[in-house]
Design a protein around this ligand. Structure first.
Ligand SMILES: CC(=O)SCCNC(=O)CCNC(=O)[C@H](O)C(C)(C)COP(=O)(O)OP(=O)(O)OC[C@H]1O[C@@H](n2cnc3c(N)ncnc32)[C@H](O)[C@@H]1OP(=O)(O)O
Ligand SMILES: CC(=O)C(=O)O
Length: 527
């Protein structure tokens, strides 16, 4: 094995992360994505561990993969039994794969204190297991568990475990920083010494307990490792594994590797897909692939970026299928406003310097009051339309009232809203589970008879943030409402010391924006 290979263990070591529990279907979906991305090895699980992993290996047999090899994982054989009777080894062979990864003990302390056998007996476990798997036509990857701690404790023995594994027929020896305690300088020094006494192909499997698993993996590559193991998003036991969604982009752009088997431009979507399937919250500030990785807020930065993107981006987002985003906020100058408003579809050719300045001042004043436009682009767009364009809302708001009824343990709310639509006064009453729901129902009911297309609009998220907690129940709140139609979603904002008033503002913006979109795409079927 000479060229660099990527070994993904999201489905095995990733599944050892707290809160992660893949179904068989999840695992198969992830395999398809990893294969499409171009990962060389996908460690599917431990067939001897549980029925789910066993079922996964049965199901995966019929799946035609373009590139990836599926790997089954287990420990070396149990001490004191015939290998033919070792259920883990048997299930591994029966799993139907032709590549297996075996972890064996490389730390003398683990041999004496966990396996409770002699150092030589452990060497025999490694040798016998690998030879037996080869006799059963398997290719064997040897994971030298706790290799770095083992080398620090007893270098001769740690090296001996590698030599035995290699001589028995393992095709790559993976140096594992199982406890994740290695700092880059220690790790580099150990790999250097291993290379002085061994010419076998080496791999790296780094855990992230010291927050340097990515750095350690890149260093190992620099020092000649030909296999990098990791997980997408760095998920895994304790603090996780080396994150392939950082390692691969770094190898592509910093080390200038071709990586022609990998669809590096799909790594952003791969990351979000796996976080979704794993039911984990993606890190927006994840390097290279996070939605904030190329998001710029500071006015000075946005100004410079428009002159040359290299001023504030170390690499280009497009390489990873990510994109640049510009935020508008109290930290904006004219450059942010220009970029964002053009992106929102406005023609700014006649917009003057003074108009930019007055818009920036208005936004800064509103943010001082508690607004936050970076997360509420629909309200920002409406603000611009209302102030600078020949724009009229399709309805006017005259009044609203909320009454809450308490029936023992249950409270229902009733909203009365008065609108002006097409010159007509509309007076509607609607009920809801709470005041915001009642207002939403009343607005919807009032507008539906004039604009039936509003029917497809839904509220999908409602967030409240207290802005000055020290004022207790009199505190100012910021309400963000996310809504969607069949094609897109948008977020609107309201700020007030009255939560109902703040919600009402965000709701009004949300309905107004829905009608604006419908009018622009020709779906505003007015009666
Ligand atoms: C560093 C890593 O991440 S390695 C991967 C670890 N992953 C997992 O453990 C997840 C899957 N594990 C499981 O489902 C279960 O632990 C099983 C089915 C594998 C084993 O379950 P059990 O037979 O009940 O054993 P248990 O988990 O309690 O203990 C592990 C045994 O394996 C032995 N063992 C540990 N490592 C090795 C090894 N490399 N070679 C041989 N035996 C080993 C231990 O000494 C212990 O033996 P003991 O029962 O004589 O003390
Ligand atoms: C094999 C493995 O997962 C480890 O040593 O961390």
């Amino acid at each position: 094995m000479k060229s660099l290979t990527f070994y993904d263990t999201t489905l095995r070591d990733g599944a050892q992360g707290e809160g992660v529990s893949f179904t068989v279907d999840d695992k198969i979906k992830i395999v398809k994505k990893l294969d499409d991305f171009g990962i060389d090895y996908i460690e599917g699980g431990w067939p001897g561990s549980n029925p789910k992993d066993e079922e996964f290996f049965a199901a995966i047999r019929d799946l035609k993969l373009k590139h990836s090899k599926i790997v089954a994982f287990s420990s070396t054989k149990r001490y004191g039994i015939d290998i033919k009777d070792d259920l883990n080894i048997k299930k591994m062979i029966d799993s139907g794969v032709d590549t297996v990864a075996i972890f064996g003990k490389s730390w003398d302390f683990h041999v004496t204190d966990v396996l409770k056998i002699s150092l030589d007996e452990n060497l025999a476990l490694i040798e016998d297991t690998i030879k037996y798997l080869l006799e059963n036509n398997m290719q064997v990857i040897f994971d030298a568990e706790h290799f770095f701690d083992g080398f620090a404790s007893n270098p001769t023995y740690a090296l001996e475990t590698l030599k035995v594994a290699y001589e028995a027929g393992a095709e790559v020896l993976v140096l594992c920083d199982t406890n994740g305690g290695q700092l880059p300088t220690q790790l580099a020094s150990t790999i250097g010494k291993v290379k002085e006494s061994l010419t076998a192909p080496l791999g790296i499997h780094a855990h992230n307990d010291s927050d340097v698993a990515v750095a350690n993996s890149l260093l190992a590559y620099e020092l000649g490792a030909v296999q990098i193991q990791g997980t997408i998003g760095g998920i895994g036991e304790r603090c996780g594994n080396a994150d392939l969604a950082s390692i691969i982009p770094a190898l592509k752009t910093k080390y200038k590797l071709e990586l022609s088997n990998l669809n590096v431009n799909k790594i952003t979507s791969l990351y979000y897909y796996i976080m979704e399937v794993a039911n984990l919250v993606p890190e927006n500030n994840h390097p290279y692939v996070g939605s904030s990785a190329f998001t710029h807020k500071a006015g000075m930065h946005v100004n410079a970026l428009q002159k040359n993107s290299e001023t504030y981006e170390h690499v280009s987002p497009q390489i990873f299928g990510n994109k640049r985003r510009i935020l508008v906020s109290e930290l904006s100058g004219k450059s942010n406003l220009k970029y964002k408003l053009q992106e929102l579809g406005f023609d700014l050719s006649n917009f003057t310097k003074e108009e930019y300045r007055s818009l920036a001042t208005k936004i800064k004043d509103m943010e001082y009051q508690g607004y936050q436009f970076e997360g509420a682009e629909a309200s920002l767009k409406l603000l611009f339309l209302r102030e600078y364009e020949d724009y009229h809302s399709l309805f006017g708001v005259e009044d609203f009232k909320i009454i809450s009824h308490n029936f023992g343990k249950k409270t229902d709310s009733e909203a009365v809203v008065k609108l002006k639509v097409k010159g007509e006064s509309v007076h509607i009453v609607a009920e809801g589970d709470g005041p915001v729901n009642a207002l939403d129902n009343a607005l919807r009911k009032a507008l539906l008879s004039f604009f039936p297309s509003i029917d497809v609009m839904k509220l999908i998220d409602y967030k409240v943030r207290v802005l000055n907690g020290k004022d207790g129940t009199a505190a100012k709140v910021r309400v963000l409402i996310e809504s969607s139609n069949t094609e897109q979603s948008w977020t609107t904002i309201g700020v007030s010391t009255n939560i109902i008033q703040a919600s009402w503002q965000a709701l009004i913006d949300s309905f107004e924006y829905a009608l604006y979109l419908a009018k622009n795409n020709g779906s505003l079927s007015a009666n």
